[in-house]
Design a protein around this ligand. Structure first.
Ligand code: CA
Length: 369
């Protein structure tokens, strides 16, 4: 069993869409005709990672055994470390790893969650992750949250995607929106607040105290991600659970966050290590008694890979993230993940369990040479 071909490509979901708004996928083929699909974070079209896959990783993978995915990942990480071990390279490795797990499942005729040692659950609750609330008026925030409640999420997270160069820009306004959303959903409904790195330590403490009073479940990335000590200080001073880690790309980085005081970590399967990397993160989190709640916002491959991983976690303390939904990617998959009565159901088909419509994919593909 040998890898015969590795293709990196962007996907234009709408035919008039700019490539920077599409997705970044990879396909790995084996000599016997099986193929696996993976995905990398689509920031700036995922071009940095796709370029590394096409130029550096693909030549190294040809002729290798796909079942050696963990050895291959560590070999490539160390060989190409200077290409960007805090982002572009680890994203590329994540995409390859997901594709190799998809292939492994197809080779062995098993879904990924079985190969991870089995599922504690194959029906998974989700939380509605709602972006763009910094720019919205208070009324607009309420309308958007209201619309998402019809999907029956187990929780709602409101994200404040503000300009990161302007810390503490509208603390009073942010708190007012958090309070209005609490009033809208009622006291018992689980809510989370994602600051997207928008505050200083002092600003974060002020917002965090308000969220505690409003009964929010967790407070995500209150300060800049690279200020690990500051993240830890906020986490230690507040009673509300402070989470971080979606911009962490190494196991050592994850350990640093935990050491600083963060008690809920959120590595992302398309940014660090893929399935193999997230399993390692789960072990680190479990060893420290810290919650692992993966970040994940890509609707097809990233989401499905994350569901397999979440299914296998002993302690799934929070629901899985489900980003602002869009059906524009559904055309390329005959069985796209969609929630039913508030739950995503994992398929028992081999690998990721996604049936790719090759003709539709070909229409939207933009190959990376
Ligand atoms: Ca976030």
């Amino acid at each position: 069993m040998k890898i015969s071909k590795v293709e990196a490509f962007q996907i234009r979901w709408l035919l008039d869409e700019r490539p920077s708004q599409g997705s970044a996928w990879v396909r790995v083929d084996c000599e016997d005709g099986l193929s696996g699909f993976g995905e990398v974070s689509p920031m700036q079209g995922g071009l940095a990672s796709l370029g590394i896959i096409a130029r550096n990783l693909a030549p190294m993978l040809i002729g290798q055994d796909p079942l050696d995915h963990a050895v291959l990942q560590d070999r490539m990480l160390h060989q190409f470390a200077k290409l960007g071990p805090e982002g572009a390279l680890t994203g590329a490795l994540a995409a390859i790893d997901i594709a190799l797990w998809d292939l492994k499942g197809k080779i062995l005729g098993q879904p990924i969650y079985k190969l991870l040692g089995g599922a504690w659950r194959t029906a998974l609750p989700f939380y509605a992750s709602i972006g763009g609330n910094g720019e919205r008026s208070l009324d607009e925030v309420l309308r958007v949250v209201e619309a998402r409640l019809k999907d029956q999420p187990a929780a709602v997270k409101i994200r404040f995607d503000n300009d990161r160069t302007k810390a503490d820009a509208d603390i009073a306004g942010d708190i007012a929106k958090a309070r209005a959303v609490r009033r809208l959903v009622g006291d018992g409904f689980p809510l989370a607040f994602d600051a997207n790195n928008g505050y200083s330590i002092g600003g974060a403490i002020r917002v965090g105290r308000a969220l505690e009073e409003l009964g929010y479940w967790w407070f995500e990335e209150p300060v800049q991600h690279y200020h690990i000590k500051a993240m830890g200080e906020v986490a230690r001073r507040l009673d509300i659970t402070v989470s971080a880690g979606e911009q962490t790309y190494t196991l050592a980085g994850l350990a640093d966050l935990i050491e600083a005081g963060v008690r809920m970590v959120q590595p992302d399967i398309v940014k660090m290590g893929g399935v193999t990397g997230l399993m390692r993160c789960a072990a680190v989190a479990q060893a420290h008694g810290v919650e692992l709640v993966p970040h994940q916002t890509q609707p097809i491959i990233g989401h499905t890979a994350n569901l397999h991983l979440a299914a296998s976690l002993l302690h799934m303390t929070k629901p899985c993230e489900w980003n602002d939904p869009s059906s524009r990617q559904h055309a390329v998959v005959d069985n796209p993940p969609k929630p039913v009565d508030g739950l995503f159901h994992l398929s028992s088909e081999p690998g990721l369990g996604l049936r790719i419509n090759q003709a539709e994919l070909a229409r939207r593909r933009i190959p990376i040479e």
